[in-house]
Ligand binder design. Structure first.
Ligand code: VG1
Ligand code: CO
Length: 579
């Protein structure tokens, strides 16, 4: 093949957000848009990570992925990459990419040093919706801020990019296609999307005991992939390995537009599953399954449900941490430590304290957990945004979380699978609350608000936070029954491993009774701004842990909305989504 240099010029707005660059498909389809970003990434990496390297390119299969793969393959060849690994049909979940980087060994002993992941995660897909791209490093985790900042700087000065006339490769069938270029051989290898990931899962969990649970007449199960890439793994793992019935799988055929839906596993968007589980207003005559779960577009998120019962993600990670050692073989020798993102509830903190585990609080976004894991400081971590995972890879992992919950259920029920009363998801959660106390928790999202108004709202809160006397006068005026604000700040994180500092990570109001209000702007949207408001209240008294969470939190919600002047700034009287 021949290499050519294409003249280009900077395009505005290519700053990677919380998790890569996400924009409307139409934006990505502009001439040079994707190419500029990819070349800027190559230029941000050291030469040995590009020349002669093995790179993974794949994603959640959303609209434009197949074109993007061909563009990146041609550019990789031109930049001296030795081989590109592509999941069949360009499908690889985000956790599977991480697993492939860390675990997969090519026929000639080659290992990947990085990946372009093509996904906008939980954002809708299709010609009028979102596309996204992010780069993951040698450890299998998202590029740290040092690299993403460099990529962004490069996009602002780019003058040219390299591409080649390597023909389009058939990515629908498994096999290697080889080309000869000015610097030697270049291979594109298409491989099975699921094998490496399934193999890894089998080294972590006891599939035999999970299979006993799933096939028990006492148990029933339902998994909703929301037409995301999780579907490519769900059949292999739940049906073929664990012998669940086909009918347990909902929306498990990956689609370019996620069937027109919003592939975000929460009570608002996973409607079908929510109805099946007997939650919400849907009143079915059919008895709901004992356990239900859903994933987002790229399968790194999870929602865990019991029969007519929702597990808050912040509780989920705390419960997994509390039960991991006895239920999951991978953790049998103990946890190295645990971590959560700042807005995630303190349920995990209480477990860490009681089990005497190292504990870390990091900014929002999975990239901050990677350093802790690489340094052997953290085994289990999670975010309130339906992200849970461990140091088996460097991304959050939706199917891992489901297998973790199934392992806990299998362990707790090992003696009553033939009859007897099942220990349910709800039983496990209620027992956890009774032991550790309950963190009532909710998140209000105001999506697609005017970006200027959102900035002003945040600036006002930053300003307010510096004067506690004024804050407390306001709080008292709004709800005298709410506790005092003891501390407020803008969250700043110093990475304990490399010392790097991430500032302006959200405004926090910490109340004397342990309640918290957190405000931050989303870094994953593609238009306007999204304001996230996180509300949390700790209840230790066992007689008070069974309340409805929206009801329990309503005084704090009122304080949050009035303190921030939410309606005044945004014109919104209600959030877009409540989780
Ligand atoms: C959101 C979540 C964050 C998560 C990120 C990526 O970011 O809040 O916890 O890590 O999405 O998840 P933000 O900046 O919009 O709040 V995914 O599944 O979209 O890669
Ligand atoms: Co995702």
């Amino acid at each position: 093949f021949k290499v050519s240099t294409v003249q280009s010029s900077p395009i505005d707005g290519q700053k990677p957000g919380t998790s890569g660059l996400r924009k409307k498909v139409k934006v990505f389809m502009q001439p040079h848009y994707l190419e500029n970003f990819v070349q800027s990434t190559f230029n941000a990496l050291t030469a040995e990570k590009v020349r002669g390297a093995t790179l993974v390119v794949s994603g959640d299969g959303r609209y434009y992925s197949k074109d993007a793969v061909q563009i990146i393959v041609k550019m990789a060849a031109a930049n001296g990459v030795r081989r590109v690994w592509v999941g069949q049909n360009s499908l690889l979940s985000t956790p599977a990419v991480s697993a492939v980087i860390r675990e997969r060994v090519g026929a000639d002993g080659s290992k990947a040093t990085g990946a372009f992941i093509l996904t906008a995660s939980h954002n809708p897909g299709g010609p009028d919706e979102d596309f996204g791209i992010k780069y993951n490093m040698e450890n299998g985790g998202p590029a740290p801020e040092g690299i993403t900042d460099k990529i962004y700087e490069n996009t602002k000065t780019i003058k040219e990019y390299l591409t080649s006339d390597v023909p389009d490769v058939d990515i629908s069938s498994i096999g290697v296609t080889s080309f000869s270029g000015p610097e030697g051989k270049f291979d594109v290898e298409v491989f099975d999307s699921a094998s490496d990931y399934v193999k890894l899962m089998k080294t972590i969990f006891d599939f035999q005991s999970i299979k006993k649970l799933i096939t028990s007449p006492n148990f029933s199960f339902c998994y909703d992939a929301l037409h995301g890439v999780a579907g490519a793994y769900a059949h292999r793992i739940f049906v073929e390995e664990l012998c669940a019935q086909e009918s347990a799988l909902l929306n498990c055929v990956p689609k370019e537009d996620f069937g027109g839906g919003h592939p975000d596993p929460n009570l608002t968007y996973a409607k079908e599953l929510v109805a099946r589980m007997g939650l919400g207003k849907s009143n079915t005559d059919v008895e709901p399954p004992e356990f239900g779960a859903a994933a987002d577009g790229d399968a790194d998120r999870n929602m865990i449900l019991g029969k007519r019962f929702f597990v808050t993600p912040s509780d989920s990670v705390a419960i997994i941490a509390a039960n991991a050692v006895e239920s999951i073989p991978y953790f049998s020798s103990g946890l190295k430590g645990v971590a959560r993102s700042m807005p995630t509830s303190a349920a995990l903190d209480v477990v860490a304290k009681s089990l005497n585990l190292k504990f870390f609080e990091v900014p929002t976004g999975w990239k901050f957990f990677g350093n802790l894991m690489d340094a052997g400081l953290c085994s289990v971590c999670g975010e309130e945004s339906f992200g849970t995972g461990s140091d088996h890879i460097r991304e959050k992992d939706g199917i891992w979380a489901v297998l973790a919950w199934l392992s806990i259920l299998a362990y707790k029920n090992k003696d009553n699978l033939r009859g007897g009363k099942l220990v349910t998801v709800e039983d496990i959660v209620r027992k956890h609350w009774a032991t550790y106390g309950r963190h009532y928790y909710t998140r209000y999202d105001y999506e697609n608000v005017d970006a200027g108004a959102a900035k002003e709202l945040m600036a006002n809160l930053v300003n307010l936070q510096s004067n506690l006397t004024v804050v407390n006068e306001m709080v008292k005026g709004i709800r005298p029954d709410v506790s005092k604000v003891a501390h407020a700040d803008e969250f700043e994180y110093k990475d304990p491993v490399d010392g790097s500092i991430s500032a302006h990570q959200g405004v926090r109001y910490l109340f004397a009774d342990g309640s918290r209000l957190v405000f931050r702007l989303s870094g994953t949207g593609s238009v306007g701004a999204t304001i996230r408001l996180y509300i949390e209240q700790y209840e230790k008294d066992p007689s008070n842990i069974g309340r409805d969470s929206q009801e329990a939190l309503s005084p704090l919600v009122e304080v949050a909305l009035k303190l921030s002047k939410m309606e005044e700034y945004t014109g919104r009287s209600a959030p877009t989504v409540i989780t």
